[in-house]
Ligand binder design. Sequence first.
Ligand code: DAH
Length: 344
Amino acid sequence: MKERLVSLQNAALAELEDVANPQELNEVRVQYLGKKGALTEILRGMGQLSAEERPVIGQLANDVRAAIEGALAELQTKFDAEETNRRLAQEKIDVTLAGRAPETGTLHPLNWVIQQVEDIFVGMGYIVAEGPEVERDYYNFEALNLPKNHPARDMQDSFYITDEILLRTHTSPVQVRTMEKMHGEVPVKIICPGKVYRRDNDDATHSHMFTQIEGLVIDKNVRMSDLKGTLLQFVQEMFGPETQIRLRPSFFPFTEPSAEVDVTCCMCKGNGCRVCKQSGWLEILGSGMVHPRVLEMAGYDPNEYTGFAFGMGVERIAMLKYGVDDIRHFYTNDLRFLRQFAHD
Ligand code: DAH
Protein backbone atom coordinates (compact mmCIF):
# COMPACT_ATOMS: atom_id res chain seq x y z
CA MET A 1 0.00 0.00 0.00
CA LYS A 2 2.87 2.22 0.80
CA GLU A 3 4.28 1.73 -2.70
CA ARG A 4 0.92 2.41 -4.25
CA LEU A 5 0.65 5.70 -2.36
CA VAL A 6 4.15 6.76 -3.34
CA SER A 7 3.65 5.88 -6.98
CA LEU A 8 0.28 7.66 -6.93
CA GLN A 9 2.02 10.78 -5.68
CA ASN A 10 4.69 10.49 -8.35
CA ALA A 11 2.15 9.89 -11.08
CA ALA A 12 0.08 12.88 -9.98
CA LEU A 13 3.07 15.20 -9.79
CA ALA A 14 4.33 14.00 -13.16
CA GLU A 15 0.96 14.58 -14.73
CA LEU A 16 0.77 18.07 -13.25
CA GLU A 17 3.97 18.99 -15.06
CA ASP A 18 2.11 18.74 -18.35
CA VAL A 19 -1.02 20.61 -17.25
CA ALA A 20 -1.49 23.64 -19.47
CA ASN A 21 -4.71 25.29 -18.25
CA PRO A 22 -7.20 25.46 -15.36
CA GLN A 23 -9.51 22.89 -16.98
CA GLU A 24 -6.77 20.26 -17.17
CA LEU A 25 -5.74 21.14 -13.63
CA ASN A 26 -9.22 20.39 -12.44
CA GLU A 27 -9.30 17.10 -14.27
CA VAL A 28 -6.13 16.02 -12.46
CA ARG A 29 -7.61 17.17 -9.16
CA VAL A 30 -10.72 15.05 -9.68
CA GLN A 31 -8.75 12.10 -10.98
CA TYR A 32 -6.50 11.87 -7.91
CA LEU A 33 -8.27 13.58 -5.02
CA GLY A 34 -11.93 13.45 -6.05
CA LYS A 35 -14.55 11.37 -4.22
CA LYS A 36 -14.13 8.62 -6.75
CA GLY A 37 -10.47 9.44 -7.28
CA ALA A 38 -7.37 7.28 -7.03
CA LEU A 39 -6.46 8.23 -3.47
CA THR A 40 -9.91 7.41 -2.13
CA GLU A 41 -9.73 4.14 -3.96
CA ILE A 42 -6.47 3.22 -2.22
CA LEU A 43 -7.71 4.32 1.21
CA ARG A 44 -10.66 1.98 0.94
CA GLY A 45 -8.14 -0.79 1.64
CA MET A 46 -7.22 0.73 5.04
CA GLY A 47 -9.64 -1.59 6.79
CA GLN A 48 -7.54 -4.58 5.99
CA LEU A 49 -4.42 -3.12 7.60
CA SER A 50 -3.13 -4.11 10.99
CA ALA A 51 -3.47 -1.72 13.93
CA GLU A 52 0.24 -0.84 13.80
CA GLU A 53 0.28 -0.21 10.06
CA ARG A 54 -2.84 1.90 10.01
CA PRO A 55 -1.43 5.15 11.53
CA VAL A 56 1.71 4.89 9.45
CA ILE A 57 -0.20 4.50 6.22
CA GLY A 58 -2.71 7.10 7.40
CA GLN A 59 0.13 9.55 7.93
CA LEU A 60 1.61 8.74 4.54
CA ALA A 61 -1.77 9.16 2.84
CA ASN A 62 -2.10 12.59 4.42
CA ASP A 63 1.37 13.54 3.23
CA VAL A 64 0.58 12.36 -0.26
CA ARG A 65 -2.67 14.35 -0.28
CA ALA A 66 -0.84 17.42 1.02
CA ALA A 67 1.88 17.11 -1.60
CA ILE A 68 -0.63 16.84 -4.44
CA GLU A 69 -2.80 19.64 -3.04
CA GLY A 70 0.25 21.84 -2.69
CA ALA A 71 1.22 21.28 -6.30
CA LEU A 72 -2.36 21.90 -7.42
CA ALA A 73 -2.54 25.14 -5.44
CA GLU A 74 0.73 26.36 -6.85
CA LEU A 75 -0.44 25.78 -10.39
CA GLN A 76 -3.81 27.37 -9.61
CA THR A 77 -2.03 30.50 -8.38
CA LYS A 78 0.05 30.56 -11.54
CA PHE A 79 -3.01 30.24 -13.77
CA ASP A 80 -4.85 32.93 -11.78
CA ALA A 81 -1.96 35.34 -12.22
CA GLU A 82 -1.81 34.62 -15.93
CA GLU A 83 -5.53 35.28 -16.24
CA THR A 84 -5.20 38.56 -14.37
CA ASN A 85 -2.34 39.67 -16.58
CA ARG A 86 -4.25 38.70 -19.70
CA ARG A 87 -7.23 40.78 -18.60
CA LEU A 88 -5.11 43.73 -17.63
CA ALA A 89 -3.48 43.71 -21.04
CA GLN A 90 -6.87 43.41 -22.76
CA GLU A 91 -8.62 46.10 -20.73
CA LYS A 92 -5.79 48.58 -20.80
CA ILE A 93 -6.92 52.15 -21.51
CA ASP A 94 -4.64 54.22 -23.67
CA VAL A 95 -4.89 57.58 -21.95
CA THR A 96 -2.74 59.17 -24.61
CA LEU A 97 -5.43 58.67 -27.32
CA ALA A 98 -6.93 61.93 -28.52
CA GLY A 99 -10.46 62.49 -27.12
CA ARG A 100 -13.65 62.93 -29.12
CA ALA A 101 -14.73 66.56 -29.00
CA PRO A 102 -18.45 66.89 -28.16
CA GLU A 103 -20.33 68.59 -30.98
CA THR A 104 -21.97 71.78 -29.81
CA GLY A 105 -24.88 73.38 -31.58
CA THR A 106 -25.38 77.06 -32.25
CA LEU A 107 -28.29 79.39 -31.83
CA HIS A 108 -30.71 79.16 -34.76
CA PRO A 109 -30.35 82.28 -36.95
CA LEU A 110 -33.95 83.29 -36.23
CA ASN A 111 -33.41 83.04 -32.50
CA TRP A 112 -30.23 84.97 -32.89
CA VAL A 113 -32.04 87.80 -34.67
CA ILE A 114 -34.74 87.74 -32.00
CA GLN A 115 -32.05 88.01 -29.34
CA GLN A 116 -30.43 90.99 -31.06
CA VAL A 117 -33.78 92.78 -31.45
CA GLU A 118 -34.68 92.06 -27.83
CA ASP A 119 -31.32 93.36 -26.64
CA ILE A 120 -31.80 96.62 -28.54
CA PHE A 121 -35.29 97.23 -27.16
CA VAL A 122 -34.51 96.05 -23.63
CA GLY A 123 -31.74 98.66 -23.79
CA MET A 124 -34.50 101.22 -24.38
CA GLY A 125 -36.48 100.03 -21.36
CA TYR A 126 -38.83 97.52 -23.00
CA ILE A 127 -40.01 94.29 -21.38
CA VAL A 128 -40.24 91.03 -23.34
CA ALA A 129 -43.82 89.68 -23.40
CA GLU A 130 -45.32 86.46 -24.70
CA GLY A 131 -48.69 85.17 -25.78
CA PRO A 132 -50.30 81.93 -26.97
CA GLU A 133 -49.94 80.63 -30.52
CA VAL A 134 -53.42 79.10 -30.33
CA GLU A 135 -55.45 82.26 -29.96
CA ARG A 136 -59.01 83.41 -29.61
CA ASP A 137 -60.63 85.18 -32.55
CA TYR A 138 -61.34 88.02 -30.13
CA TYR A 139 -57.65 88.79 -29.45
CA ASN A 140 -56.39 88.01 -32.94
CA PHE A 141 -59.02 90.13 -34.72
CA GLU A 142 -61.93 91.67 -32.86
CA ALA A 143 -60.05 93.53 -30.14
CA LEU A 144 -57.71 94.81 -32.86
CA ASN A 145 -60.60 96.58 -34.54
CA LEU A 146 -61.21 93.77 -37.01
CA PRO A 147 -64.84 92.78 -36.38
CA LYS A 148 -66.31 89.67 -37.95
CA ASN A 149 -66.74 90.09 -41.72
CA HIS A 150 -64.24 92.95 -41.82
CA PRO A 151 -62.64 92.75 -45.28
CA ALA A 152 -59.14 93.23 -43.85
CA ARG A 153 -59.38 89.77 -42.28
CA ASP A 154 -58.70 88.44 -45.76
CA MET A 155 -55.23 89.99 -45.61
CA GLN A 156 -54.36 87.23 -43.19
CA ASP A 157 -55.73 83.88 -44.32
CA SER A 158 -56.12 81.94 -41.14
CA PHE A 159 -55.97 78.41 -39.78
CA TYR A 160 -59.17 78.10 -37.75
CA ILE A 161 -59.51 75.39 -35.12
CA THR A 162 -63.09 76.25 -34.20
CA ASP A 163 -65.20 79.28 -35.11
CA GLU A 164 -63.71 81.16 -32.18
CA ILE A 165 -60.19 79.69 -31.97
CA LEU A 166 -57.37 79.87 -34.49
CA LEU A 167 -53.61 79.83 -34.85
CA ARG A 168 -52.65 83.47 -34.43
CA THR A 169 -51.92 85.18 -37.72
CA HIS A 170 -49.73 87.85 -36.14
CA THR A 171 -48.23 88.77 -32.76
CA SER A 172 -50.55 91.78 -32.42
CA PRO A 173 -52.98 89.94 -30.07
CA VAL A 174 -50.25 90.15 -27.43
CA GLN A 175 -50.77 93.94 -27.48
CA VAL A 176 -54.32 93.44 -26.27
CA ARG A 177 -53.43 90.73 -23.75
CA THR A 178 -50.71 92.96 -22.30
CA MET A 179 -52.97 96.00 -22.01
CA GLU A 180 -55.63 93.91 -20.27
CA LYS A 181 -53.06 92.63 -17.80
CA MET A 182 -51.82 96.17 -17.09
CA HIS A 183 -55.35 97.31 -16.09
CA GLY A 184 -54.90 100.81 -17.43
CA GLU A 185 -51.45 101.34 -15.89
CA VAL A 186 -48.73 103.16 -17.86
CA PRO A 187 -46.17 103.08 -19.24
CA VAL A 188 -46.64 99.98 -21.35
CA LYS A 189 -43.42 99.18 -23.22
CA ILE A 190 -43.23 95.67 -24.58
CA ILE A 191 -41.57 93.71 -27.30
CA CYS A 192 -43.04 90.32 -28.21
CA PRO A 193 -41.38 87.72 -30.43
CA GLY A 194 -43.26 84.62 -31.54
CA LYS A 195 -44.43 82.23 -34.21
CA VAL A 196 -47.42 83.10 -36.38
CA TYR A 197 -49.40 81.07 -38.93
CA ARG A 198 -51.08 81.86 -42.24
CA ARG A 199 -52.70 79.84 -44.99
CA ASP A 200 -50.01 80.61 -47.54
CA ASN A 201 -48.41 78.32 -50.09
CA ASP A 202 -44.76 77.95 -49.18
CA ASP A 203 -42.26 79.39 -51.64
CA ALA A 204 -39.02 81.39 -51.52
CA THR A 205 -40.68 84.30 -49.71
CA HIS A 206 -43.76 82.74 -48.06
CA SER A 207 -44.15 80.25 -45.27
CA HIS A 208 -47.30 79.00 -43.54
CA MET A 209 -45.45 79.49 -40.27
CA PHE A 210 -43.09 82.37 -39.67
CA THR A 211 -41.86 84.62 -36.91
CA GLN A 212 -42.79 88.15 -35.93
CA ILE A 213 -41.73 90.66 -33.33
CA GLU A 214 -44.37 93.04 -32.05
CA GLY A 215 -43.75 96.27 -30.19
CA LEU A 216 -46.17 98.38 -28.16
CA VAL A 217 -45.78 101.59 -26.20
CA ILE A 218 -48.63 103.30 -24.32
CA ASP A 219 -48.25 106.38 -22.17
CA LYS A 220 -49.34 109.98 -21.94
CA ASN A 221 -48.20 112.16 -24.85
CA VAL A 222 -46.79 109.39 -27.02
CA ARG A 223 -46.47 110.85 -30.53
CA MET A 224 -45.67 109.71 -34.02
CA SER A 225 -42.24 111.33 -33.67
CA ASP A 226 -41.55 108.93 -30.78
CA LEU A 227 -42.35 106.03 -33.07
CA LYS A 228 -40.05 107.37 -35.76
CA GLY A 229 -37.19 108.09 -33.34
CA THR A 230 -37.50 104.66 -31.74
CA LEU A 231 -37.45 102.85 -35.08
CA LEU A 232 -34.50 104.92 -36.34
CA GLN A 233 -32.54 104.00 -33.21
CA PHE A 234 -33.48 100.34 -33.72
CA VAL A 235 -32.49 100.07 -37.39
CA GLN A 236 -29.20 101.86 -36.83
CA GLU A 237 -28.26 99.39 -34.11
CA MET A 238 -29.50 96.48 -36.18
CA PHE A 239 -28.23 97.34 -39.67
CA GLY A 240 -25.49 99.89 -39.02
CA PRO A 241 -25.27 103.56 -37.93
CA GLU A 242 -25.57 104.94 -41.46
CA THR A 243 -29.01 103.30 -41.99
CA GLN A 244 -31.94 105.67 -42.63
CA ILE A 245 -35.69 105.07 -42.54
CA ARG A 246 -38.68 106.40 -44.38
CA LEU A 247 -42.34 106.10 -43.40
CA ARG A 248 -44.94 105.48 -46.09
CA PRO A 249 -48.66 105.93 -45.42
CA SER A 250 -50.41 102.60 -45.11
CA PHE A 251 -53.43 100.97 -43.53
CA PHE A 252 -53.86 98.63 -40.60
CA PRO A 253 -57.21 98.40 -38.79
CA PHE A 254 -55.50 98.61 -35.39
CA THR A 255 -53.46 101.77 -36.03
CA GLU A 256 -54.39 105.28 -37.17
CA PRO A 257 -52.43 106.68 -38.83
CA SER A 258 -50.53 103.66 -40.10
CA ALA A 259 -47.16 103.59 -41.77
CA GLU A 260 -44.99 101.11 -43.52
CA VAL A 261 -41.33 101.57 -42.68
CA ASP A 262 -38.48 101.17 -45.14
CA VAL A 263 -34.74 101.12 -44.42
CA THR A 264 -31.98 102.09 -46.79
CA CYS A 265 -30.94 98.91 -48.57
CA CYS A 266 -28.21 97.22 -46.56
CA MET A 267 -26.81 95.56 -49.70
CA CYS A 268 -26.16 98.70 -51.80
CA LYS A 269 -26.35 101.36 -49.07
CA GLY A 270 -29.25 102.97 -50.88
CA ASN A 271 -27.70 103.21 -54.32
CA GLY A 272 -30.04 100.70 -55.93
CA CYS A 273 -29.43 97.01 -56.55
CA ARG A 274 -31.21 93.75 -57.37
CA VAL A 275 -32.33 93.14 -53.77
CA CYS A 276 -34.05 96.53 -53.40
CA LYS A 277 -35.21 96.45 -57.04
CA GLN A 278 -33.10 99.56 -57.73
CA SER A 279 -35.17 101.65 -55.29
CA GLY A 280 -32.52 101.88 -52.57
CA TRP A 281 -35.18 101.06 -49.94
CA LEU A 282 -36.37 97.85 -48.27
CA GLU A 283 -39.67 97.47 -46.44
CA ILE A 284 -39.09 95.99 -43.00
CA LEU A 285 -42.13 96.58 -40.82
CA GLY A 286 -45.66 97.86 -40.31
CA SER A 287 -46.45 100.42 -37.64
CA GLY A 288 -48.71 103.22 -36.52
CA MET A 289 -50.40 105.03 -33.67
CA VAL A 290 -52.62 102.65 -31.72
CA HIS A 291 -56.23 103.09 -32.86
CA PRO A 292 -58.44 104.76 -30.21
CA ARG A 293 -60.92 101.89 -30.47
CA VAL A 294 -58.17 99.39 -29.65
CA LEU A 295 -57.11 101.42 -26.60
CA GLU A 296 -60.69 101.73 -25.46
CA MET A 297 -61.50 98.02 -25.82
CA ALA A 298 -58.42 97.15 -23.75
CA GLY A 299 -59.33 99.58 -20.96
CA TYR A 300 -57.30 102.69 -21.80
CA ASP A 301 -59.00 106.07 -22.20
CA PRO A 302 -57.95 107.31 -25.67
CA ASN A 303 -58.44 110.90 -24.55
CA GLU A 304 -55.81 110.46 -21.88
CA TYR A 305 -53.40 107.96 -23.41
CA THR A 306 -51.83 107.41 -26.78
CA GLY A 307 -49.46 104.81 -28.07
CA PHE A 308 -47.58 103.42 -30.99
CA ALA A 309 -47.13 99.87 -32.21
CA PHE A 310 -45.10 98.04 -34.79
CA GLY A 311 -44.69 94.54 -36.12
CA MET A 312 -41.85 93.03 -38.12
CA GLY A 313 -41.07 89.71 -39.76
CA VAL A 314 -38.00 88.10 -38.24
CA GLU A 315 -37.25 85.99 -41.33
CA ARG A 316 -37.32 89.08 -43.51
CA ILE A 317 -34.88 90.92 -41.21
CA ALA A 318 -32.60 87.87 -41.14
CA MET A 319 -32.79 87.48 -44.93
CA LEU A 320 -31.89 91.12 -45.50
CA LYS A 321 -29.16 91.23 -42.88
CA TYR A 322 -27.47 87.99 -43.93
CA GLY A 323 -28.34 87.85 -47.62
CA VAL A 324 -30.50 84.70 -47.42
CA ASP A 325 -32.49 84.23 -50.63
CA ASP A 326 -35.04 81.59 -49.61
CA ILE A 327 -37.17 81.62 -46.44
CA ARG A 328 -37.34 77.80 -46.49
CA HIS A 329 -33.67 77.61 -45.49
CA PHE A 330 -34.74 78.57 -41.97
CA TYR A 331 -36.90 75.48 -41.54
CA THR A 332 -35.16 72.69 -43.44
CA ASN A 333 -32.37 72.33 -40.87
CA ASP A 334 -29.51 71.89 -43.31
CA LEU A 335 -26.50 72.04 -41.01
CA ARG A 336 -24.38 73.59 -43.77
CA PHE A 337 -26.75 76.55 -43.72
CA LEU A 338 -27.16 76.75 -39.95
CA ARG A 339 -23.42 76.50 -39.22
CA GLN A 340 -22.78 79.71 -41.12
CA PHE A 341 -24.48 81.55 -38.27
CA ALA A 342 -22.20 80.13 -35.57
CA HIS A 343 -20.97 82.92 -33.36
CA ASP A 344 -19.68 83.48 -29.81
N1 DAH B 1 -49.83 92.69 -37.44
C1 DAH B 1 -49.36 93.22 -38.71
C2 DAH B 1 -49.15 92.07 -39.68
O1 DAH B 1 -49.00 90.98 -39.27
C3 DAH B 1 -48.09 93.98 -38.54
C4 DAH B 1 -48.28 95.23 -37.77
C5 DAH B 1 -48.60 96.39 -38.43
C6 DAH B 1 -48.19 95.24 -36.40
C7 DAH B 1 -48.79 97.57 -37.73
C8 DAH B 1 -48.37 96.41 -35.70
C9 DAH B 1 -48.68 97.56 -36.38
O2 DAH B 1 -48.28 96.44 -34.36
O3 DAH B 1 -48.85 98.71 -35.68
O4 DAH B 1 -49.12 92.32 -40.86
